[in-house]
Design a protein around this ligand. Structure first.
Ligand code: HMG
Ligand code: MG
Length: 306
């Protein structure tokens, strides 16, 4: 077992978390959320996406959000870009990284970005090249890595081949997305074994949605395989508008708690992170999905009454 001593958490709440919410957060609230996440010690924050405003209205103000953020030098903001137009917008905003997003099935790819897997790779090739040329880091996502809402089971080999193709385009990191949260730990393990034949696991991140309550177990199985980059979303917000039935991402608070208690460093302060989750849940008028936050907040209330 080669569990890493330190895990890098990529906070996707301001993008994956908010993109699926029915309440549109104003720009000021998004900025306040991102600043609170950075204050908690999160260094990699996905701040938004440059996609069609008709398809994802929650992300339409990404430019305005980025324009007013002043990240400290150690904090990296990134955004999703589906094409050259998105990259141009991202470059104008001065982000340090962008992410292109492909899928393991043609069915999901067409629903999400309007083209097949092969067409998406052809579309992304010049985007990745231009981004790298401009000095940005480029992450590549693979959605539906453990199951697809349109095609069902997904073969690990298909994911491995796509991971290899994205790495060949120049993506420095490939994030394997269990978009609808159906995977279980030994499946995650088999997936990583297969992907590891084509791309070093040092280049792989895992992105688990928690629809079926498997995300923490899947993360731990991935750490045992040597993965050390984990995506998570504050308060367990999240979901994909184009993946029916998809639940939120694994809650960042739950990941930090599990890693803290296991003696694995994250650099994140759990109490400050919980405050960020409380803030965004209040603004959205929704329940906090983090079990750790709920337990610790109940403890805070008890202490307050005592
Ligand atoms: P398309 O229909 O193939 O292309 O869309 P198009 O060029 O005809 O554009 C359609 C409309 O989008 C046009 O506007 C364009 O101007 C506009 P209209 O004429 O209808 O008013 N448009 C843009 N607007 C802003 N920024 C741009 C941009 N490009 C075109 N860069 C496209 C292709 C990908 C743009 C579209 O299908 C789209 O925006 N899809 C949304 C994709 C999305 O954001 N999905 C959710 C994120 S992925 C995810 O959640 C999974 C992940 O978390 C991992 C996991 O969990 O698995 C990453
Ligand atoms: Mg996602």
């Amino acid at each position: 077992m080669s569990i890493p001593q330190r895990v890098r958490i990529v906070e996707v709440g301001p993008r994956d978390g908010l993109q699926n919410e029915s309440v549109l957060l104003p720009v000021e609230a998004k900025i306040a959320l991102i600043e609170k996440l950075a204050a908690a010690g999160l260094r990699d924050i996905e701040a938004g996406s440059f996609v069609s405003a008709k398809r994802v209205p929650q992300m339409a103000d990404t430019k305005a959000v980025l324009a007013r953020l002043r990240p400290p030098p150690h904090v990296h903001f990134s955004v999703l870009v589906p094409n050259m137009r998105g990259l141009d917008e991202a470059l104008a905003c001065g982000v340090r990284g962008v992410a292109v997003f492909a899928a393991a099935t043609d069915g999901f790819s067409k629903e999400n970005i309007g083209c097949s897997i092969a067409e998406s790779l052809a579309r992304y090739a010049p985007v990745v090249e231009a981004a790298i040329g401009a000095g940005l880091e480029v992450r590549g996502y693979i959605s539906c890595a453990l199951g697809c809402p349109y095609e069902g089971e997904v073969a690990p080999r298909a994911v491995a081949t796509l991971a290899r193709d994205l790495a060949a385009l120049g993506c420095h990191e490939i994030s394997l997305g269990d978009t609808i949260g159906v995977g279980a730990p030994l499946q995650a393990r088999r997936l990583l074994e297969e992907v590891g034949r084509d791309v070093p696991l040092a280049q792989i991140a895992v992105h688990f949605h928690d629809t079926y309550g498997q995300a923490l177990a899947n993360i731990f199985a991935s750490l045992e395989m040597g993965v050390s980059v984990v995506d998570a979303s504050v308060a367990g917000l999240g979901g994909c508008p184009f993946a029916p039935g998809a639940g939120g991402n694994v809650a960042t608070e739950d990941v930090v708690y599990m890693l803290d208690r296991s003696g694995i460093e994250t650099g994140v302060d759990l109490a400050t992170l919980i405050d960020a989750g409380v803030y965004v849940c209040e603004r959205l008028g929704r329940e906090n999905q983090s079990r750790v936050a709920r337990a610790l907040l109940a403890g805070r209330r008890r202490d307050h009454r005592a």
